[in-house]
Design a protein around this ligand. Structure first.
Ligand SMILES: Cc1ncc(COP(=O)(O)O)c(C=O)c1O
Length: 360
């Protein structure tokens, strides 16, 4: 049976207030949101309501102890006007991986997917049609018990809300390999998309900005030797013709969905991708031999962001953007899938259901 999602439509759409040619990232929100509550040991009260504020108790456990997880994904429209998601089930699964690590209840995947279809179907007019633009989707789950004391909450809220985002044309990013602060260590929560990981990254990111770098390149939390990831992206290096990206099996980095697609796209295009530990020493050595050819980050927001330089200790490794071609292969492929101009060999595209199967 399809999950019952009760829909209350807004009687005053805000869509005419939006300049779709000039959308600031993360500041514009669509008309509706999905809400569910966890109480009495189960998820219930599935509903779509007008996007609005809600009250929160000062002792809400999320505010104190940080049981909060989220996802970030996109819906877009093809050149022929068809709305679609890319691998939404992988986001549903990753949300639940995060939930398990943070001692939170998992959310039924079929309800998650049904809610996405219902919500995006309802707010389809908010998907910007321009190439590279998309409807950003933010699923979020947090603890709501009104309690002071460290323990897992009994009650939780799940939200999914959306907002249009413009095309992301990032200039190549400069990275500072961080050798004082860490993002994640073996045994920690690095693989969970949980709020505290982002809070912990803010100070080192600010210090890197003050030194003139765009983002931090995180190194392993034990020896500050091996690369992990960057800000909100997984990282790929091209050394002497080989594409190398760190493995996710130590649970210290996020299992990026763009990363997974990128590896597949590169293999389909005849590139060998080595998923293995990569030390800064190896990168420096390659640079000194003239073999550090390219680096790029992958993530939902930018899809692919090229790297202009990497600083490590007293060394600054500048990268020639004219010879950096491999990241672009991935970006062109994913943009093409979204436009409908590239064949969807791996069935990553899931069209938004025209009539969401919603029981009122
Ligand atoms: C810490 C971190 N790493 C990597 C990624 C890239 O993951 P994805 O490709 O699934 O967006 C993100 C973004 O979600 C992130 O926040």
């Amino acid at each position: 049976m399809k999950p019952a999602i009760k829909i209350t439509k807004t009687n005053q759409s805000r869509i005419n207030e939006v300049d779709f040619d000039n959308i600031p990232f993360g500041r514009v929100f669509s008309d509706h949101m999905f809400v569910a509550d966890y109480y009495d040991g189960q998820w219930q009260d599935y509903r779509i309501v007008p996007f609005a504020n809600f009250e929160i108790h000062p002792a809400s456990m999320v505010l104190h102890y940080g049981q909060s997880i989220f996802e970030g994904m996109k819906a877009s429209v093809s050149q022929s006007g068809k709305a679609m998601f890319l691998s939404p089930e992988l986001h549903a699964q990753r949300l639940n991986t995060s939930a398990e690590r943070m001692c939170m209840p998992t959310f039924p995947e079929e309800v998650f997917l049904e809610a996405l279809h219902a919500l995006v179907n309802l707010d389809q007019a908010w998907i910007p049609p321009q190439t590279g633009s998309a409807l950003y989707i933010r699923p979020l789950m947090f603890a709501t018990d009104e309690f002071i004391g460290v323990k897992p909450s009994h009650n939780y809220r799940m939200l999914i809300f959306t907002g249009p985002v413009g095309p992301y044309y990032p200039k190549p990013v400069s990275l500072l390999a961080e050798d004082k602060y860490i993002r994640a260590a073996v045994g920690g929560v690095g693989a969970a998309k949980t709020a505290g990981n982002y809070a912990a990254s803010l100070l080192p990111a600010r210090l890197a900005n003050e030194k003139g770098y765009d983002q931090v390149l995180w190194l392993d939390g034990k020896d500050f030797k091996y690369v992990q990831e960057v800000g909100t992206m997984n990282i790929f290096f091209v050394l002497n013709g080989k594409v190398i990206t760190p493995p996710t099996d130590e649970n210290t980095i996020l299992k990026g969905i763009t990363r997974k697609m990128a590896i597949q796209i590169l293999e389909d295009n005849g590139y060998q991708v080595e998923v293995r530990k990569l030390s800064m020493d190896e990168i420096v050595e390659a640079y000194n031999k003239g073999q550090f050819q390219e680096a790029f980050g992958t993530g939902t927001a930018a899809v692919v962001a090229k790297v202009s330089k990497v600083a490590y200790k007293d060394m600054v490794m500048e990268l020639d953007q004219n010879t950096a071609k491999i990241g672009q292969v991935i970006k062109d492929h994913i943009d093409g899938l979204r436009n409908g101009t590239v064949a969807d060999k791996w069935n990553w595209i899931v069209p938004v259901k025209e009539m969401a199967a919603v029981e009122l």
